[in-house]
Design a protein around this ligand. Structure first.
Ligand SMILES: Nc1ncnc2c1ncn2[C@@H]1O[C@H](COP(=O)(O)OP(=O)(O)OP(=O)(O)O)[C@@H](O)[C@H]1O
Ligand SMILES: [Mg+2]
Length: 268
């Protein structure tokens, strides 16, 4: 990798012990090594249960690895930090706070003066198309709008690294496409380093500079693919590119092969 790497996982292993009543724990990550360069957008694909969210939780500092190293700018990650933001599959908004108060929750909790964060939060409200909904409550919004609030909230503190766990997984196809385009636009202006988990190959091809495909559990990185399409990307143009079909087929093949392995019961 030419650019300096922000995040580095070096032979990371992670198991979870057996919960009460269960016989065996789960070996989730076997030997995962990956790097994120500064400003890079990387998508992580893999079968359900292979450990994608676990990787995000490790980088976020919510979980500790059993073996190997997880480095941020060359230093071991020991816990959560403000330079790493997370967006979950469900928007997890505070139901009793307005859209604006949800978005500004972090800086307000940190005791920042409104003059410091309000101009930027108004910018995100506009970027996310929420300027007319700033005083609405979460229950007055559609699912896609709620996810836009969650995105704005994660982006407002200007994290250096955004960890996104299937953020558009619960949205309908049209809203999802609109959100992908929006994310792409905002990312072009901020150049935040992003690690984005998805099950959707088209989504990964539209968003990512690089795609990492994980194997079935216990997981390692099975395949890496540099997405060759120039930016800015147009989803309609991309799917008619002569290279698109073959690349999509290659990834789908890998995803389906690993998903089939994941469905075979582990030996007793
Ligand atoms: N805190 C935890 N305690 C015990 N087991 C856990 C914990 N977190 C994850 N696991 C187990 O680790 C495995 C991987 O979970 P993870 O959520 O990382 O998968 P995933 O790849 O994100 O799956 P999906 O695509 O369905 O979201 C699963 O078997 C899960 O049960
Ligand atoms: Mg997950």
């Amino acid at each position: 990798m030419n650019q300096e790497s922000r995040i580095r996982l070096e032979r990371v292993g992670k198991s979870f012990s057996a919960p009460a009543g269960a016989e065996r724990g789960t070996a989730v990550l076997a030997d995962v090594s990956l790097e994120l360069a500064s400003g890079e957008f990387v998508c992580l694909l893999g079968p359900s249960g292979c450990g994608k969210s676990t990787i995000l939780n490790l980088i976020a500092g919510f979980e500790r690895a059993d073996s190997g190293e997880i480095l941020l700018d060359g230093r071991a990650i020991r816990g959560p930090g403000p330079e790493r933001g997370m967006v979950f599959q469900q928007p997890t908004l505070f139901p009793w706070l307005s859209v604006r108060d949800n978005i500004t929750f972090g800086p307000r909790l940190a005791g920042q003066a409104p003059a410091r964060y309000l101009p930027e939060s108004e910018r995100y409200l506009r970027l996310m198309g929420l300027q007319d909904f700033a005083s609405h409550m979460p229950w007055q919004l559609s699912g896609g709008m709620r996810q836009r609030v969650a995105l704005a909230r994660a982006w407002l503190p200007n994290p250096e690294i955004l960890l996104m766990d299937e953020p558009f997984g619960a949205l309908d196809a049209q809203t999802r496409l609109a959100m992908q385009e929006l994310l792409n636009e905002v990312w072009q202006t901020t150049k935040t380093t992003v690690l984005f988990v998805t099950h959707d190959v088209d989504e990964a091809l539209f968003l990512a500079d690089r795609i990492l495909l994980m194997s079935a559990r216990p997981a390692r990185i099975r395949q890496e693919l540099v997405v060759p399409f120039a930016r800015p990307r147009d989803p309609e143009e991309m799917v008619t590119d002569s290279a698109y079909g073959k690349i999509k087929r290659d990834i789908l093949h890998g995803v389906r092969e690993e998903a089939a392995k994941a469905l075979v019961p582990e030996p007793a």
